[in-house]
Design a protein around this ligand. Structure first.
Ligand code: ATP
Ligand code: MG
Length: 174
């Protein structure tokens, strides 16, 4: 089961629900026999979705990051190296064309934090195989990436319990 023409989606904005929207789309796609691959940038923690997605056939997750805060102004070399490793891995997966939907989770943040060169990501989008559908998530989507995408959703924060002092909760936030 393959898509005739793969499109490029962006889920951005400062409200909650970007990564979970991408995962939801991925789960839907597997229901139609599509093969899904998600690369998570800047994440090293075992998020609950990893435990869940292990039970879903044809949904693979690859993390390339540390479970640490990354400084936007002064990122550590290890964070740049891990982001580049994730990007090289994603490129291979996309260009192999064996997966119908590839999710690049938090790649917008990795670009914004200068862990990944914008040009390299733009080239990847430009040259992706016709049939591969791509989803890029994360705040601060670059306008040039937005220009290249077919579908862009910005999630606006109206309210978030974090503002009321509620800390992130396992199974809901991670
Ligand atoms: P989710 O992973 O729940 O779909 P997200 O991908 O939209 O959220 P990110 O911008 O990637 O959110 O933020 C990373 C973490 O911060 C997640 O644990 C998320 O639940 C939480 N978060 C998301 N939006 C907000 C917000 N507006 N205020 C505080 N925390 C947030
Ligand atoms: Mg996210």
């Amino acid at each position: 089961m393959t898509l005739e023409k793969g499109l490029i989606h962006i889920y951005t904005g400062n409200g909650k629900g970007k990564t979970t929207a991408a995962i939801g789309l991925g789960v839907r796609a597997t229901g139609n026999g599509l093969k899904v691959y998600m690369v998570q940038f800047m994440k090293g923690r075992r998020y609950s979705e990893i435990d869940a997605l292990e039970h879903i056939p044809n949904f693979t997750v690859f993390q390339s990051g540390r479970d640490e805060f990354v400084s936007k102004e002064n990122p550590e070399q290890i964070d740049i190296d891990l982001a580049m490793k994730g990007f090289e891995h994603a490129k291979k997966v996309i260009n192999a064309g064996k997966h119908d939907l590839v999710i690049l989770d938090e790649i917008n943040v990795a670009i914004d934090f200068n862990l990944l060169p914008l040009e390299d990501v733009l080239n990847l989008l430009e040259e992706k195989p016709e049939k591969v559908e791509l989803v890029l998530t994360g705040r601060y989507a670059d306008p040039e990436i937005v220009r290249q995408a077919d579908l862009v959703s910005e999630i606006l924060e109206i309210k978030h319990p974090y503002q009321e002092g509620v800390q992130s909760r396992k199974g809901i936030d991670w």
